[in-house]
Design a protein around this ligand. Structure first.
Ligand code: ADP
Ligand code: MG
Length: 206
């Protein structure tokens, strides 16, 4: 088994469901150390992606690039361009074949996360989505197969997300608060954990 187009669509549908279901949680986290828009932004972006599903390209690479364009257009804020970059870079490294194996899946997450780091210039420990994504990437072992690789990644992302609580924010809007950002979980690290968790849940059989 591998990750085919139907698996990718299942992931996108799941992301629309998860960000809608967790709009309130992400809003609450962003109201503590930001401007309370992260929940609505993520929900709006992935509902727009879901609405585009009937029109998405057949090949997985171009499909991810179309997702990127929709996210950049609809999400806004700091996270819109960053998640847009994730899907743009992921789409650029997707091989032109109908299904992705574990090495391909690792390559797309690596390209996506490296794109976010290149664009946002956050380092681990800056209290951003990078604190969930970098450990997730480090935990990915393609020899374990897609399902086990992503399960390990989701667990590492969860740990990274929780580890943002005691940190002082050094990037984005939360950094304006300085030491007052301590004691709050980063909203972007939370939505990033959900991104990986949804892939692990949907690609269990891959
Ligand atoms: P905004 O701060 O513009 O309102 P969002 O609320 O949508 O944007 O997203 C906030 C999240 O974006 C933060 O919780 C953080 O994880 C992430 N973020 C902000 N700046 C950066 C950056 N330079 N690099 C990586 N992630 C960032
Ligand atoms: Mg915000």
């Amino acid at each position: 088994m591998a990750v085919d187009r139907a698996s990718v669509i299942a992931w996108l549908n799941e992301l629309a469901r998860v960000y809608s279901a967790n709009c309130g949680l992400l809003t609450e986290l962003d109201s503590a150390i930001g401007d309370a828009d992260h929940g609505a932004s993520m929900e709006r972006g992935f509902l727009a992606v879901q609405a585009d599903i009937p029109k998405l390209p057949e090949a997985i690479g171009p499909l991810f690039k179309a997702v990127a364009a929709t996210l950049i257009r609809t999400v806004g804020g700091a996270s819109g361009p960053l998640y847009g970059t994730f899907f743009l870079r992921a789409g650029a490294v997707c091989p032109d074949k109908p299904a992705l194996d574990a090495h391909d899946v690792l390559a797309l997450f690596r390209a996506g996360v490296e794109g976010i780091v290149a664009r946002g210039k956050a380092s681990p420990g800056d209290k951003t989505m990078v604190d969930a994504l970098t450990p997730a990437l480090a935990a990915m072992n393609p020899e374990a197969g897609v399902a086990a690789m992503l399960e390990a990644a989701a667990e590492a992302a969860a740990a990274g997300m929780k580890a943002t609580i005691p940190l002082v924010a050094r990037k984005g809007r939360a950094s304006y608060l300085g030491p007052r950002s301590v004691g709050h979980q980063d909203p972007g690290a939370t939505s990033a954990w959900m991104l990986i968790r949804a892939a692990a849940d949907q690609w269990r059989a891959a």
